[in-house]
Design a protein around this ligand. Structure first.
Ligand code: ASP
Length: 463
């Protein structure tokens, strides 16, 4: 039976870990230096979540990361001091409400940020409840009162447009309560689809709706979950923003986060933690520690007193396809979608927005059936230019709609939203080509794309 004192001193730790911690006189909230097979590290001993495996001590490093350090017979621990314990538990509403702090609602949808590593299989599985995340990141309690709710527990590749609509409805419901901002913990793979979809689905956004993810699960060494969450909750609490934004690590040194507009952001690296980049625009701002700097003068400001006026569109169409064009592509691919009842198609075309001529008969079929076909560019940077070459002009004659500089996945979510809420082909065409939520910009910086070639080292956070 676990003694009551042990519950307090070793909350969440299992027998082998407790034995080794006791051997070195270590308890929760002690500052320790630990020598393990991974080298020597210093940090503060944190409570462990109930799912965490035995044989590790979880410590918070000076840079804010939580790491699990393996404990074994070679481990040596030196106690350096003690810090005041933070009152945390795994339950929701873990702190009494602090009237002086803002209130933020943290919605969990799954993904790595809400995952832990399953040490038996090595797989990352969606398991944490937001309340547990809070336990792993006790700093959040100093930033705001946090309400948590698990909406989904899905890796983001499994989320659908219907899920985006449900999320939008949930946000509108929450906006009727006394909250200052909303954070959505989401898988990074399709995070920019969700941020774009919410930007279209929500009307009169007047508080920050911040999507955040992480590339490494929160119980792994080097997880980015803690810092990203701290940044996101800080933005939701106090940023002067009334838009859907994405907040993720900005630099490889993991010292600041960028704030990206929900319709102009993309995951640019499959594993790096500073993977999210604004495309075609500079980020809206950055956050370092708790200081927010704004780079853009075109941010919709917070208007908290009107948050109850937030609404959402009623419907979303799921029968939309996003097709990447490639040399040798034939019309049969489009025929397949038309025969399967798809209501709208987005192409990521080559160059200025081109498709091979072999597509023309199927495109004519789509046009005759009033199926909107929207063109975007594979290059990501730049605009469709469908008056330049013969093929661009021919495609327009076949009804292909130039999507300007909308990112392909953003155009996809816009098509889902437009088809769900408008009926007339002409109206749909009109909304698709009109800037609704910052997805189409009047210009792009000339050198932005060169950053990825190493020509420009970085965008200075001072810009
Ligand atoms: N597959 C995961 C997801 O998108 C990856 C992540 O969260 O980073 O849900």
């Amino acid at each position: 039976m676990v003694e009551e004192q042990d519950m307090k001193d070793y909350s969440g730790y299992k027998p082998n870990s407790v034995a080794i911690m006791k051997k070195f006189g270590v308890k929760l909230w002690y500052k320790i230096e630990i020598l393990s097979s991974k080298g020597t590290v210093q940090g503060v001993v944190l409570p462990r979540n109930k799912f965490a495996p035995d044989g590790f001590v979880e410590i918070k490093l000076k840079n804010g990361y939580n790491i699990g350090v393996p404990l074994d017979k070679n481990t040596k621990i030196k106690v350096i001091g003690e810090v005041p314990p933070m009152k945390v538990s795994f339950d929701q509403h873990i702190q009494p409400k602090n009237k002086n702090l803002p209130t933020v609602c943290l919605l969990g949808t799954g993904g790595t940020i809400a995952s832990r590593l399953d040490y038996t299989t090595g797989a990352v599985i969606p398991a944490f409840e937001p309340g547990e995340l809070f336990t792993a990141v006790p700093e959040l309690a100093k930033i705001s009162n946090i309400e948590t709710e698990v909406v989904y527990q899905l890796l983001s590749e499994n989320l659908t447009p219907q899920n985006w609509l449900e999320l939008a409805k949930k946000i509108v419901e929450l906006a009727k309560t006394n909250i200052d901002g909303i954070v959505i913990a989401h898988g990074t793979d399709t995070l920019s689809y969700a941020s774009a979809a919410l930007s279209f689905l929500l009307k009169n956004v007047s508080i920050p709706i911040v999507l955040v993810g992480s590339q490494r699960s929160s119980d792994r060494p080097s997880s980015d979950a803690a810092l990203n969450l701290i940044h996101a909750v800080t933005i939701a609490s106090k940023a002067n923003i009334g838009e859907v934004v994405v907040c993720m690590m900005g630099s490889s040194a993991h010292d600041y986060g960028f704030i990206h507009r929900g319709t102009r952001v993309r995951k640019m690296h499959s594993s790096a933690r500073h993977t999210f980049r604004s495309i075609g625009i500079t980020p809206l701002g950055m956050i370092r520690d708790d200081e927010i700097k704004y780079f853009s003068t075109e941010i919709k400001p917070r208007d908290s007193k009107n948050r109850k006026k937030m609404e959402c569109w009623s419907s979303i169409e799921e029968k939309v396809a996003l097709i990447y064009s490639y040399p040798g592509m034939k019309g049969d691919i489009l025929d397949f979608y038309l025969n399967s009842g798809y209501k709208g198609i987005v192409f990521a075309g080559s160059g200025l927005g081109h498709l091979p001529k072999t597509m023309y008969p199927a495109l004519k079929r789509a046009y005759d059936a009033k199926i909107p076909i929207l063109m975007t560019v594979q290059t990501l940077w730049g605009y469709t230019g469908m008056d330049v070459y013969e093929s661009g002009r021919e495609l327009q004659d076949l009804g292909v709609i130039p999507g300007k500089n909308m990112l392909p996945e953003v155009a996809f979510t816009k098509m889902c939203w437009a088809l769900g809420n408008f009926n007339e082909y002409e109206k749909i065409r009109e909304v698709l080509t009109t800037n609704i939520a910052g997805e189409i910009t009047s210009g792009e910086s000339m050198n932005g794309f060169q950053i990825f070639q190493g020509v420009e080292h970085t965008i200075s956070p001072k810009e």
